[in-house]
Design a protein around this ligand. Structure first.
Ligand code: DX5
Ligand code: ZN
Length: 218
């Protein structure tokens, strides 16, 4: 299967947002990864609806929104209206996860669940067949530029096994500290989508860095 690269706009230059969105449009990237942080679920605030609206108006690839917010049910239809194609909520933020997932799908989006580094894969056993995507956090959510947590490989293998056993049609996404050093091992373990923020946007040539990641994975 074609492995996907999703540059994280959190690491873009917000003073040149349109330029950076167009760089992704014209690159080998597959998706835009958009991090929404509320300062409550995570100790940081990123950006909100008006900025996503501006990104959507220029982006011509799949928009993958990662909600790091409490009570995400409040905003599902808002994110659908803003152009999100995939909407991912945190397992740790959802008391009624099944209901939330159904609401995301009913709004016409693909539904994802993100797991913090301490949350085991086993919590997804009774919902995996409903999920379009599982995002394994390979850093503690809240900030770009952190180092990759090595325990992630084990979780990818476990999740891949769960997906295979249950005959589910679920993509495995990895988010945090992804570089050309860990990309191949992640894909070999079963990852389908690699999010990369700092590694792409802080490099000398982001377009080339995206192409390199894409070729490492495929
Ligand atoms: C972290 C975010 C990530 C972040 C990744 O909370 O969910 O998507 O932007 O950034 P890097 O690739 O720099 O770790
Ligand atoms: Zn993210």
């Amino acid at each position: 299967m074609n492995k996907l690269i999703a540059p994280s706009i959190l690491a873009a230059d917000f003073g040149n947002l349109q330029r950076d969105v167009e760089m992704v449009n014209n690159s080998k990237a597959d998706w835009f990864h958009i991090d929404i942080m509320d300062g409550v679920f995570v100790p940081n605030i990123s950006f909100g609806m008006p900025v996503l609206k501006a990104i959507s108006s220029h982006a011509n690839k799949t928009i993958d929104v990662h909600l790091m917010i409490v009570d995400p049910d409040r905003y599902i239809s808002t994110f659908a209206d803003l152009g999100a194609d995939v909407l991912t909520v945190h397992y740790e933020a959802c008391t009624h996860l099944h209901r939330t997932i159904q609401a995301i799908k009913a709004s016409g989006m693909k539904a994802g669940v993100a797991l913090n580094p301490h949350t085991p894969i086993s919590v997804l056993e009774d919902i995996i067949t409903d999920l379009d995507l599982v995002c394994i956090m390979s850093v503690n959510p809240g900030f770009g530029g952190q180092s990759f947590i090595e325990n992630t490989y084990k979780k990818v293998t476990q999740l891949k096994q769960l997906i295979t056993e249950t005959n589910s049609n679920t993509l495995i996404e990895i988010d945090g500290g992804v570089t050309n050093k860990n990309a191949k091992q992640l894909v070999d373990a079963g990852a389908d989508v690699l999010v990369a923020g700092s590694f792409v946007f802080k490099s000398d040539n982001p377009t080339e860095t995206i192409a390199d990641l894409k070729s490492i994975c495929n």
